[in-house]
Design a protein. Structure first.
Length: 100
């Protein structure tokens, strides 16, 4: 039996934006370098994602000394019409519950 090309392809349910959001919700004081390493993307991509999330109102970055600390806005609704009746906090609660 041969494996189809589709079965061999790696994919995940969340985009890198989702991965960054989950990571930052667990590690609000994380450095861009740490976020990038954990997600498996470049620091530049991480900075762009954090900027996107900030501009969309999902995250606020506050400068503390030489670093940022991130605050998630859990009441912010998802942007896509299919999920727009749900908030970011609903999804994050699943991931944060496993940390307890």
């Amino acid at each position: 039996m041969t494996t189809s090309p589709t079965a061999q392809r790696q994919w995940t349910f969340f985009t890198n934006h989702g991965h960054v959001l989950v990571y930052v919700s667990r590690n609000p004081d994380a450095r861009v370098r740490d976020i990038a390493a954990e997600i498996g993307i470049t620091e530049r991509a991480t900075q762009a994602i954090l900027s996107d999330l900030s501009q969309a109102g999902y995250v606020t970055a506050t400068r503390v000394g030489r670093r940022n600390t991130y605050r998630i806005h859990p009441d912010q609704a998802f942007r896509h019409p299919v999920e727009s009746e749900h908030t970011v906090g609903e999804i994050l609660s699943v991931f944060l519950a496993e940390d307890r």
